[in-house]
Write a protein that binds this ligand. Structure first.
Ligand code: GN1
Ligand code: MG
Length: 380
C-alpha cells in the first residue's frame, strides 16, 4: 500500500533536471508560487512530480507529468482522448455504491492548452492533485477487490455511449494479443542484445498457448463481440481510495482510454488485483491468482456493468488468462529488445524477464483453477 504522498525516490535528481521540471510547472496557469517539488515514483511509463504551490498562505498540490514520447509518439492524440473522456465523464459521473467518483481535472497552460512541449521536445501536462487518498499496489481485501472492479466497470459503463470514432488510437493494436505475439517474435528474430538464449522456457510457454492468443480477435473479427471504449490499464493502483474510510474516490491514468474490448478491463483487473504477489515477484511460488479476490472482482464487474450476459460470464476467465499472458509477452518482448519500453529498476538487470515470468506463473495458476474460476463467473 502506498498513500497519496509522493514516495521518497531512490534515484537522485540532477539539479538541471529539477530546473527543467520547475520551468515546466511555471508554464501552467497555477496561482501562487512553487514552494515544493517532489518526484512521484508511480507507473512504468511517464515521469511524475508533485508540485506544491502557495498563494495567500494556502497551499495547493498539483501533479505534473513529463510524458513518455517513445511510448506515446502522438501526444496530441493522447491529450485529445484525455480531454474527450474527462469532458464526457464530467457530464455522466461514475457512480459506485453511494459514491460519485471524482473526475480528473487538467490544469491548462498559461496560453490555454492542455499540454506543452519544452525546449527539448518533451511534453508536459498538469492535473489537480486529489488529496486525502491512497493507492494500493497490493489488494487489501475482498471488499476492496469488489469495489475496484465495480468502479472500473461503472467507468466503462459511463463511456458506453461515447461514439468510438471520437477517440484516437494512440498506440496501434494496443489490445491485440496476436499483435503482441508478433512483436515478441520480431524481437526474438532480431535478438538485438543477445538475450534469446536465456528465454527458451518462456518462449515454449507462450508457444504452448498459441491457440488462446487469437481467441478474442476472432470474436471481434466475426462480429461476435463489439469493440468499445475501455480504460485500458485497470491496475488497482489506478484507483484512488479515501485515506480514512477506504471508499473509492477516483479513476486515474486515462492514457490508454481507447477502443478495445470490454473484458480486457476485467482481465487486467484480475491480473493485477487478484494476484497473490507483486507484478515482478521473483519467488514464483508466491505468484498466482487468489480465488477469493477473483470472485470479488467477478461480482464487482457484473454489478458495476449493470449485469453480464451468459456469453460474457463464459469469457471472463479466458479474458483474465489472455490479458495476463499478453502482458507477459509484452514484458518478455521488451526484455529481448533491450528494455526499451517499460521503465526498469536499474538495480535489476532482468527486471522485465522477472515480470514476464511472474505473469506466466499466474497464467499457469489460472489454468489450474479454471473450473473454480468459471463457476464463480456463473454464480456472480
Ligand atoms: C504500463 O505505466 P503504467 O504502470 O500505468 C502499461 C500498461 C501495463 C502496465 C503493467 C501505456 O502502465 O499497459 O499493463 O504498465 N502502459 C502502457 O504494469 O503501455
Ligand atoms: Mg497506465
Amino acid at each position: 500500500m502506498a498513500d497519496g504522498e509522493p514516495p521518497r525516490s531512490d534515484h537522485s535528481v540532477a539539479p538541471s533536471e529539477l530546473e527543467r521540471v520547475r520551468r515546466a510547472c511555471a508554464t501552467f496557469a497555477i496561482p501562487g508560487h512553487l514552494v515544493e517539488l517532489q518526484r512521484f515514483d508511480r507507473g512504468h511509463i511517464h515521469d511524475t512530480w508533485v508540485g506544491t504551490f502557495e498563494t495567500n498562505g494556502v497551499r495547493t498540490r498539483y501533479l505534473h507529468q513529463g510524458l513518455n514520447g517513445t511510448v506515446f509518439p502522438d501526444i496530441e492524440a493522447v491529450m485529445h482522448n484525455v480531454e474527450t473522456v474527462t469532458a464526457w465523464i464530467a457530464d455522466r459521473p461514475v457512480v459506485s455504491g453511494d459514491h460519485i467518483m471524482h473526475t480528473l481535472e487538467l490544469v491548462p497552460t498559461i496560453d490555454g492548452f492542455s499540454w506543452f512541449a519544452d525546449e527539448r521536445g518533451r511534453a508536459w501536462r498538469t492535473y489537480r492533485f486529489i488529496e486525502n487518498t491512497k493507492s494500493c499496489d497490493v489488494c487489501e481485501g475482498h471488499d476492496q477487490a469488489f469495489e475496484a472492479s465495480r468502479v472500473f466497470a461503472a467507468f466503462q459503463r459511463s463511456l458506453r455511449d461515447l461514439p468510438v470514432d471520437r477517440l484516437e488510437t494512440t498506440i496501434p493494436h494496443f489490445f491485440s494479443s496476436p499483435y503482441r505475439l508478433q512483436q515478441l517474435q520480431k524481437a526474438v528474430k532480431e535478438d538485438r542484445v543477445g538475450r534469446v538464449v536465456e528465454i527458451e522456457r518462456e518462449l515454449a510457454f507462450v508457444d504452448e498457448r498459441s491457440d488462446v492468443v487469437p481467441a478474442i480477435e476472432l470474436l471481434l473479427r466475426d462480429g461476435a463481440m463489439s469493440p468499445c471504449v475501455v480504460h485500458g490499464d485497470t491496475k488497482l493502483n489506478n484507483i484512488l481510495f479515501d485515506k480514512d474510510d477506504g471508499h473509492a474516490v477516483a479513476v486515474v491514468d486515462l492514457d490508454t482510454c481507447m477502443v478495445g474490448w470490454s473484458l480486457f478491463d476485467f482481465g487486467d483487473l484480475v491480473r493485477f488485483t487478484a494476484a497473490t504477489s507483486v507484478e515482478d515477484e521473483v519467488d514464483l511460488s508466491k505468484a498466482g491468482t487468489c480465488v477469493d479476490y477473483f470472485e470479488a472482482i467477478a461480482g464487482g464487474w457484473i454489478e458495476g456493468s449493470g449485469g453480464a450476459t451468459e456469453r460474457e460470464r463464459e469469457l471472463m476467465p479466458l479474458a483474465a488468462r489472455l490479458v495476463t499472458l499478453t502482458l507477459g509477452m509484452r514484458f518478455l518482448a521488451d526484455y529481448v529488445a533491450g528494455d526499451v519500453y517499460f521503465k526498469c529498476d536499474p538495480t535489476r538487470l532482468a527486471h522485465n524477464l522477472e515480470r514476464a515470468r511472474c505473469q506466466f506463473a499466474m497464467v499457469a495458476d489460472m489454468e489450474a483453477k479454471d473450473d473454480v474460476l468459471r463457476a464463480h463467473c456463473r454464480q456472480g
